[in-house]
Design a protein around this ligand. Structure first.
Ligand SMILES: *Cc1c(COP(=O)(O)O)cnc(C)c1O
Length: 366
């Protein structure tokens, strides 16, 4: 008996290339788009190791846990790293980036996370890109959590290395990812003696063995199931319309924020200003004296399908995450999350106004 996942025809090079082209179209980019055979950490790490070295002075913007990881990789490559950390309840500003360049004129690399699902903030990429371009710095962006939820425009924003994954707002697979690479970024890699080669991390291998060869023969067996899932997920976004998909995410974030504010009881949006809040996921601050992880555990015990999580690590005490992304970017997800949080808060002896919260969420959704 043939199995739908197991007994597949081989994935051809032409099909692989057409999936890359579709991803490039989604990003509106003319740059080379390389699909990587692994979760997004593969191109995130590969792009840093390819472009950074002892001669690099990197401005590393930290607005959540991923920024911290990038700083570690950059230091490991021998780069001089200037960390620009901002509180997780805000976003970085172009003025802060401009000040960093003024204080450290040698900066030639900027790393930034667009949206952080883990902290719920989103950063002004276009404005930061403008500053990076003024100074001729290479601009590296983690758009894993933003793509599909809000516009990601590497060409318009001057992004040299734009990494995406499909597992968040795109509603797709986690096992493949992609990076768009500018000509400048390829040149930086070619000039970097420490850039990985003959390595699973190597972007240059893909350039030499795949892209420059006219994409006629794959360097190794493709992650076939994940590639088919990536194709299906891009097809589904095209069918719904990328604008409609982004509208759902924006509406879900606005509704969650408005609902949490109306619920009261000390529950608050974690990201203070709405303009800094990411459309992909909304983070909330638990009321004083109530552990966020306890609230979330109570809610999930009643309904494991809820799109709720506690913050990671030290944030587990105070942060609740509403992961309204992908297929979960719906009114139903938001209303269910608010209802379950109201029930859990009530059980903790906190007085809340569920009806007002649901009305506010409905109004904000429209
Ligand atoms: C989700 C996410 C990733 C991918 O990491 P996983 O935790 O493995 O899904 C990378 N960067 C950002 C900013 C993310 O939100």
């Amino acid at each position: 008996m043939t199995h739908p996942f197991l007994d597949l025809a081989p994935l051809t090079a032409a099909r692989f290339a057409s999936i890359e082209d579709r991803v490039a179209r989604l990003l509106g980019t003319e740059q080379d788009v390389v699909i990587m055979q692994g979760e997004a950490l593969l191109p995130l790490e590969g792009a840093i190791r390819a472009t950074a070295g002892p001669g690099t002075t990197a401005l590393n913007v930290i607005t959540g846990p991923y920024g911290q990881t990038f700083g570690d990789w950059l230091r490991d490559c021998g780069a001089t790293v200037i960390d620009l950390a901002v509180p997780f309840h805000t976003a970085v500003t172009a003025a802060q980036v401009r000040d960093a360049f003024a204080a450290h004129p040698g900066i030639d690399f900027v790393s930034l996370v667009h949206a952080e699902a883990a902290t719920g903030n989103t950063n002004p990429v276009a404005a930061v890109g403008e500053v990076a371009r003024e100074h001729g710095a290479l601009f590296y962006l983690d758009a894993v959590a933003s793509v599909g939820a809000e516009p990601v425009l590497p060409d318009a924003w001057g992004v040299d290395l734009c990494v995406i994954g499909a597992q968040k707002a795109m509603g797709g697979p986690a096992g493949v990812s992609a990076v768009s690479v500018s000509e400048r970024a390829w040149a930086r890699m070619a000039a970097n003696p420490a850039a990985p080669r003959r390595s699973y991390l190597s972007l240059l291998d893909w350039k030499e063995r795949w892209t420059d060869g006219g994409r006629r023969a794959l360097p190794h067996a493709p992650a076939q199931l994940e590639m088919l899932a990536l194709e299906a997920c891009v097809e589904r976004i095209e069918a719904e319309g990328p604008e409609t998909v982004m509208d759902r995410h924006r509406a879900a974030a606005a509704a969650t924020r408005a609902g949490a504010l109306a619920l009261g009881g000390g529950l608050e949006p974690y990201v203070r200003e709405a303009r800094d809040a990411a459309p992909v996921a909304t983070t909330l601050r638990a009321p004083a004296g109530v552990a966020a992880s306890d609230l979330v555990a109570r809610a999930l015990a009643a309904d494991p399908a809820l799109a709720l999580a506690a913050g990671g690590g030290a944030l587990a005490k105070e942060m609740i995450r509403v992961n309204h992304y992908g297929a979960q970017a719906t009114r139903g997800t938001v209303l269910a999350a608010l209802t379950s949080l109201a029930t859990a808060l009530t059980a903790h002896g906190v007085t809340v106004r569920l009806e007002a919260a649901l009305e506010a969420a409905e109004a904000a959704w429209r």
